[in-house]
Design a protein around this ligand. Sequence first.
Ligand SMILES: [Zn+2]
Length: 274
Amino acid sequence: IQNGSLLPPIKINKTKIQVLSTCPFDAITEILTTTYVDSVIYKQTVDTKYKDLIFFQIIVQYATNGVNNMFYFERASYLLTLFDEQGSIINCACNISNLINKLLVEAPSFKQRSTCTKCHEEIKNIAIADIDSKPILQEGLHIGLQKSIDIFLSRKDIQCKSCGIKIISEIDADTHVLIDVEHAYHSTLLAKIGFPDAPTNVSLSEIPIHLKIKADNYRLIGIISYDSYAEQEMGHYIAYCYRVINIWEEYDSLKNKCVTVMSHKLVRPSVIAY
Ligand SMILES: [Zn+2]
């Protein structure tokens, strides 16, 4: 997918709209599309459970027809519903977790069920896991990510919002699992929480290929890296897809095409997806 910043304006409802900095949207779209192509189970889920969601209709269109003018029109029309329009410009630069919370609200990574014996059961959709990054900082990504996700999934005693009694809340994973790891590689935050010397990048080979979520095994589908440049306010997101044939592909929307990369490549992960 080409970044909107590199493309001419697109005519929507007789107005020419320029979409800029689409890399957060493009990165997540690349990962879920390659998963749709690579995994029969994922394809079935998207074709049934998510078939009415516009974001997944765009993914299916991309997987089926590749990128064409129709794809860019659909992308711009959809981004128009997610971002504020300034004149004839939509600037899509944003934090990727915030965007994923919008894109996957109806196709969440997790469902949190809180059952109150007195009043009701509440189910909350969690689009992306916000984990405690301490285990990653202490033991490295390879061991620490599983520990961080175990803490995230553990049963928690919380208070019922309606009646105040103590209730138990449980989290179950859905079809895809996205994890926010930005905090573990953010130099300013690392200094604040007592890890000033922690590395701010890892090689792709350090990312665990399997993650155990309760009784199920999840397989890595890709990561989104974040590169910030001192001279620019917003950085740039790039998708690295871990294909079914166990190779890494880099999808950078500022480059012309995807390239295969070696697993010793250093990245700064922001999102890891299973
Ligand atoms: Zn209650």
